[in-house]
Design a binder for this molecule. Structure first.
Ligand code: FES
Length: 159
């Protein structure tokens, strides 16, 4: 991570981020979506890794993913464009696979496509301010990075 991205940026007051709603902020030129679910704040790249949909306008839905023999609940944003679901915690693309040949359409399984959306550390100070630290680590590439380039930001702004 570069020094420039290390400092946490104040993005507003706690009251600016109400429960269950998405908000759009800009941190050092990178558009992000911020959500509060069950009191916890999450920050992800704004534009959906699939085709750039504005995640801040998406609804939130809980999906339970089997992980190492346990069931782990992932609050997910549902992209308003094509309804892809993305974990707010990990940025994983999460989908429900059903067996069309199963009786009654049952046998649904929740699965992960892997981490697709870049997430960013976010904290809430005791003085009621919300701060985001951009995660620009180049250790891992995320598909959502494509929509944070200047060229794509310009294109998306025209839509
Ligand atoms: Fe988000 Fe297609 S752009 S699901």
């Amino acid at each position: 991570m570069s020094d420039d991205s290390a400092a946490a940026v104040d993005v507003g007051a706690s009251s600016d981020f109400p429960e269950g709603k998405g908000c759009q902020v800009d941190v050092k030129g990178r558009p992000l979506s911020i959500f509060r679910k069950d009191g916890t704040l999450y920050a992800l790249d704004l534009h959906c890794y699939h085709m750039g949909g504005p995640l801040s306008m998406g609804d939130i839905e809980d999906l339970t993913l089997p992980e190492k023999g346990e069931s782990v609940v992932h609050p997910c944003v549902v992209c308003p464009w094509h309804k892809y679901k993305i974990s707010l915690k990990t940025g994983e693309g999460i989908y429900v696979q059903s067996d069309p040949f199963a009786a009654g359409g049952g046998n649904k399984q929740v699965k992960s496509r892997g981490r697709k959306q870049r997430t960013h550390p976010i904290l809430e100070d005791s003085d009621g301010r919300v701060k985001v630290q951009l995660n620009l680590s180049t250790d891992t590439k995320f598909e959502s990075d494509y929509y944070a380039t200047e060229e794509m930001k310009e294109l998306l702004a025209r839509q």
